[in-house]
Design a binder for this molecule. Structure first.
Ligand code: ATP
Length: 300
């Protein structure tokens, strides 16, 4: 998480995290101790994003030498399109996001954005080009305005309000006692899961990245909130290259393409309709999730 932020922000961020007790000291040092292999190369150039084409080319990766997570994984996300990744827990979905953000380098293969190997560009330029809406948003013990403005250094008040509107949280903020100056976090106003997610969306809108990673929350929000958030996310994904790490298949039926990850490889790929018709892993997952949903509805 720390690496999401620019070096100048790092100390402030660490200070805030310690103050909030969000991470212990050991975890902090682990995070700050950037392994050698993910440092900028001596001749690293800034990434130039023209269209936002993302390619994984025979990528193999394991966190530990004796356990491979991704195995010669190849896929392409055409510029501006949405790719959803599904698969069993532990299949390596989040690992794909971590590699694209270059928290780690693959042991084999390469990852390219608009033809440039992400291992050869500056980390700062790479991370500026990618926005992440995470499963769980960390809120700082500060105002809600500050929490949104964190998306981009030096964002003005108007831009923060515009981002809040885009994330459909401006109406909620307008009703708070001190509006954008209302304190949130541990000692301030507690936000719901859906509200926190909207703060993350607003941050991402401010950042305005050409490439977006949406890490869908495993814990379901209530269905009305979920639908509303889904609509907001679909809007911000529209003009960007988007990778959705999905747990609920119902949220990704519109994706241009869906990958079913199994044993670190693409087991199936296609549109929702195509994968259903194929009657394979995806169709099985879909049937199970639909049956669970029907059961839940019957209980309610
Ligand atoms: P889920 O749907 O449960 O979120 P996932 O498909 O996103 O799962 P990953 O988080 O990519 O799975 O993890 C893939 C595998 O890598 C898992 O077996 C996990 O235990 C392992 N793993 C993840 N992070 C690390 C790490 N930092 N060190 C070692 N192993 C890890």
């Amino acid at each position: 998480l720390l690496q999401l932020f620019r070096p100048l922000d790092l100390l402030g961020m660490v200070y805030r995290m310690i103050r909030q007790g969000l991470i212990d000291m050991q975890a902090m040092f682990d995070l700050m101790d950037t392994p050698e292999e993910i440092a900028d190369r001596a001749n690293a150039k800034p990434l130039r994003v023209s269209d936002g084409l993302v390619e994984f080319d025979h990528v193999s990766f394991g966190y530990e030498a004796d356990r491979q997570i991704l195995n010669q994984l190849s896929f392409t996300v055409p510029a501006g399109q949405t790719l959803a990744i599904v698969g069993p827990s532990g299949a390596g979905k989040s690992t794909i996001a971590r590699l694209l953000f270059r928290f780690y380098d693959p042991q084999q293969g390469s990852i390219k954005i608009d033809g440039q190997d992400i291992g050869k560009v500056t980390q700062h330029s790479l991370r500026s080009a990618i926005g992440i809406v995470p499963q769980d948003t960390v809120l700082f013990n500060d105002t809600i305005g500050y929490n949104i403005a964190y998306g981009r250094n030096g964002a003005g008040e108007n831009e923060v309000v515009e981002a809040a509107k885009g994330a459909a949280i401006d109406g909620f903020i307008a009703l708070l006692p001190q509006g954008y100056d209302t304190e949130v976090g541990e000692r301030g106003l507690k936000l719901s899961g859906g509200e926190k997610q909207r703060v993350a969306i607003a941050r991402t809108l401010l950042k305005n990245p050409p490439i977006l990673i949406l890490d869908e929350a495993t814990s379901a929000l209530d269905s009305r909130t979920e639908e509303a958030i889904q609509e907001t996310l679909n809007n911000i994904a529209e003009k960007r290259t988007t990778i959705i790490i999905a747990h609920r298949l119902s949220t990704i039926t519109h994706a241009d393409s869906i990958i079913v990850l199994d044993a670190g490889q693409v087991a199936e790929q296609g549109s929702h309709e195509k994968l259903l018709a194929a009657g394979g892993l995806y169709a099985g997952l879909w049937r199970r999730q639909q049956a669970e949903r029907d059961k839940e509805k019957a209980v309610v």
